[in-house]
Design a protein around this ligand. Structure first.
Ligand code: BES
Ligand code: MN
Ligand code: ZN
Length: 501
């Protein structure tokens, strides 16, 4: 999809559809909507009067212009109540709008930002949100369909703006929105990809391509190098699979004035069967997406480099499968992580924390700080917070607050959960330093407490994305399947940290 800003107005622009946004409860259209309303003989105000157009979030009304405007259709997208407006409402409204355009066989559309760009939202942010909404809302994963459908796709969106100084702000927003949404799409594609395609080696390949494209350094460790690093926990999980494990490290050097680097670590289980502690069959296929954290950090570091942010970032992805092969890890085995700690494996399905134990130890050893990890870690987090929220855990409130702030701007919902001293005993083992499951109650918390044992004093935030990595609905910018949750939070975080220097 192409995006451009043009001098022009809704009355004369030639395209398939004009997209207007409207706040909920508006009685009389104003701005661009008023102009269109007049040209269409009060079509918009009539729909408002009859209650067919309310401006609620996710609402779309399609009006045929019957030749009264050069555009064939006018789409009115609801933004919800004006006093509740934030940038995410605009993003989601565009997501809905773009799917409506597809249904109505439109290839080109134009929109205007003026009504929403007031107060706290600037033109750059608004333009980025429009782009993100369009790209993410129209996403489909069709790679493996052999029958190509005839469906028309929107290939051009024009943002109309008369003020030339604003035009530059909008251009900047378009550029940013394209980079960010491309990264989210990359993560979605990786997660949606079946496990026979998305192997650890293939993840490493994508990491290499991302590095080449964006000028990142890349190191891929294979089994032998992991043995040298004494990554016994990760290797334990990997031994049940015939796919070779990969330990992926990407680095972006955007700030030569400091040596330090922040770290993004992503769980990279390209398939999690549970291992010998086999999962039940329901939804097991979703576990092709157990590398979502890994996909997110690879995509995010690529975008951060493309945006040329003034910051140093290291992305780390321990990647393997968790399968019940003849050599697989058995419940009761004791493993030694690379920081020397021993772990009793009471449940081979609690494998994510084993991978992260070695990845966190590696980051700490390299002096990377702060660390943010993302992992589809526990079903318990899904039970605790429902479909939309990721659980946030932190040993440092300042970093936690920055991640929360980043999540807000990105429209990705985060909720902080505690790391209580009192629950640490649940992870105590009789035969090793720690065991890999603290039982059923507070499962997301005991998993996070386990991870905490491997970060030492390094400021660290853990995001459990077991719920929001996938969506079972198509709504706003979400399309059923992988969401790419976390990519936009990490990019916003890098923006916040690079600006605060
Ligand atoms: N990858 C799963 C968690 C998961 C489940 C993510 C569903 C997304 C959707 C993880 O490896 C796992 O199996 N966790 C166990 C931990 C338990 C054995 C302590 C779980 O949540 O049941
Ligand atoms: Mn598991
Ligand atoms: Zn898992």
């Amino acid at each position: 999809m192409k995006f451009q800003v043009k001098l022009g107005d809704v009355k004369s622009i030639k395209c398939d559809a004009v997209i207007l946004n409207m706040f909920e409860g508006v009685k009389v259209p104003s701005g661009a909507a008023a102009v269109v309303d007049k040209a269409l003989g009060n079509a918009i105000s009539d729909l408002i009067k009859t209650g067919e157009l309310k401006g609620k979030p996710n609402e779309i009304q399609v009006i045929n212009t019957l030749g009264k405007l050069p555009a064939r259709l006018v789409l009115v997208a609801g933004l919800g109540k004006k006093e509740e407006f934030d940038i995410d409402k605009l993003r989601n409204a565009m997501g809905e709008a773009v799917r409506a355009l597809r249904q109505h066989n439109c290839k080109s559309a134009a929109t205007i930002l003026n009504d929403t760009v007031e107060g706290s939202v600037n033109a750059t942010e608004a333009a980025a949100a429009v782009v993100e909404g369009c790209v993410l809302g129209s996403y489909q994963f069709k790679k493996h369909l052999t029958k190509k459908d005839e469906q028309k796709e929107i290939d051009e969106l024009i943002i109309l703006e008369k003020d030339t100084s604003k035009q530059n702000l909008i251009k900047k927003g378009i550029n940013q929105g394209v980079i960010v949404s491309d990264a989210v799409i990359l993560a979605r594609n990786m997660v949606n990809e079946p496990a026979n395609y998305m192997t650890p080696s293939h993840m490493a390949q994508i990491a290499r391509e991302t590095a080449d494209k964006n000028g990142l350094d890349v190191t891929i460790m294979d089994r032998g190098q992991m043995e040298k690093e004494k990554m016994g926990a990760l290797l334990g999980v990997a031994q049940g699979s015939s796919q070779p494990p990969k330990f992926i490290v990407l680095t972006y050097s955007g700030d030569a004035s400091v040596k330090s680097s922040i770290g993004f670590i992503g769980k990279g289980l390209t398939f999690d069967s549970g291992g010998i502690s086999l999962k039940p069959q329901d939804f097991m296929s979703d576990m092709k997406g157990d590398m979502a954290g890994g996909a997110v950090v690879i995509a995010a570091i690529g975008a951060i480099a493309a945006l040329k942010l003034r910051i140093n970032v290291t992305a780390i992805v321990p990647a393997t499968e968790n399968l019940p092969g003849g050599r697989a890890l058995k419940p009761g085995e004791v493993l030694k992580a690379s920081n020397g700690k021993t772990i009793e494996v009471v449940n081979t399905d609690a494998e994510g924390r084993l991978l992260l134990a070695d990845a966190l130890s590696y980051a700490v050893k390299k002096g990377i700080s702060p660390i943010v990890d993302l992992a589809t870690l526990t079903g318990a987090c899904h039970v605790a917070l429902g479909d939309l929220y990721a659980g946030l855990f932190a040993n440092n409130q300042k970093v936690a607050d920055n991640v929360m702030k980043a999540g807000k701007g990105a429209g990705e919902l985060l909720w902080q959960l505690p790391l209580p001293e009192e629950y640490k005993e649940l992870n105590k083992s009789d035969v090793a330093d720690i065991k890999n499951s603290g039982g059923r109650y507070g499962g997301a918390i005991t998993a996070a407490l386990f991870l905490q044992e491997f970060v030492g004093k390094t400021p660290w935030v853990h995001l459990d994305i077991a719920a929001p990595f996938m969506s079972d609905k198509t709504k706003g910018i979400l399309v059923k399947g992988a969401t790419g949750f976390g990519v936009r939070t990490l990019i916003s975080l890098a923006m916040i940290l690079s600006k605060s220097k």
